[in-house]
Design a protein around this ligand. Sequence first.
Ligand code: B12
Length: 364
Amino acid sequence: MSVTLSNHRDPLQRVAALRDKAIDHVIERLYEAHGSTYERFGEAGKRACREDIGFHFDFLEPAMEFGEAAPLADYLCWLAAVLEARSIPADHVSASMSLLGEFLARQLAADDATLLRSIVEVAIDRFNRRPPNAVEHYHYQGEAWPECNALKNALVDGDHKQVRDMVGTAIRGALEKGGGVTDVAVHLVQPALYNIGLGWQQNRISVAQEHLATAGARTALAQGFILQDPQPPTGKRILLACLEGNQHALGLRMASDAFELAGWDAQFLGANTPTASVLRQIRDRSPHIVGFSATIPAHLRPVKAAIRAMHDTLGPSCPPVMVGGLAINQIEGVAKALGADFTCRDAKGVVGTAESWLQYHAKD
Ligand code: B12
């Protein structure tokens, strides 16, 4: 399904302004209809419910903006699985989404309301027809090396020595075969982290363990990085950032390392970087390419706003923008809708894609 809003800015601003009111409305209706089910969870239940409807919002907004119902349907399946794994009734997931969609649709102009209703209907319909136990929407799609399960366990246990040994051994092995750090990052560390995500989803792994695992993976990759000699300097500069609200920086770090190893000057700004600071840094550094990462759909809007601000402030000297990350990989065509120039699925192809892009456009 692909639909667009009559005027992207106004209905979305209207929807954003209604966030708190809409959440209150949905909670009120849910408690009216199912109060006896929720009563036993007390105030904590209400807080959790508020958080979940906030999540609905985070996924509904980009669905409206990019006219794509599939990720919203995936989200509903994912949320049902997350709730069920925590013994929270999940049967009201679609009802609450429908209440939210209806409340918002009533506040929009007729055409926008029709589009919003159709996105929500399609998403709920797909959700209702999901196969039983459809929980694994965020599984790793590439080639995972067999040791990734052992690495996952060591990362979650915080066994940093084991993690360093495994990653170091894998990097030495890859170098012997003509590969390197990025192969290990993409085929070993990335799938281990995706499995950790599934573990969190299924309530087997905590947020603290996600942090622990990320820290362990980052250190091991940084130590392994020095085993590989970088290519001679190319004179090219890239600037990479996760914008406001995006805490998932490890994937972007892998992309940054790939550029550095290929002889680029890579400026990695890390997680949760304010857009205004990124813009200043772009002006000061004049990178040949800028890269932004987005992991969950809620990260897409800041990326779109930053690209627009780059064009507004830098005009014809605006560098090309590359985007990537889980949310970009999951929503077909979203890179273009964000205003980005190109994308790449993982850190392995990133340098080649960027260099080809520059080469091709230099001929223009
Ligand atoms: C660790 C982790 C966290 C850590 C992050 C810590 C940190 N410092 O990075 C913490 C605990 C903070 C966290 C928080 C949250 N997380 Co989290 N998290 C993860 C986890 C397990 C691993 C992330 C990771 O490092 N992946 C490995 C990297 C290598 O993969 P990658 O990001 O896809 O990057 C590769 C490519 O995409 C690409 N790429 C990435 N960026 C870029 C950029 C460019 C320009 C290019 C070209 C390419 C590119 O190259 C990379 C290397 O090949 C994922 C699981 C997953 N599938 O990723 C969940 C996951 C992303 N999180 C999830 C969720 C729900 C959350 C929270 C909302 C709730 C929570 N768990 O606490 C919050 C939201 C925080 C926020 N506002 O950003 C969900 C999202 C599901 C969804 N519905 O979209 C996931 C998928 C877990 C799951 N299966 O349910 N999380």
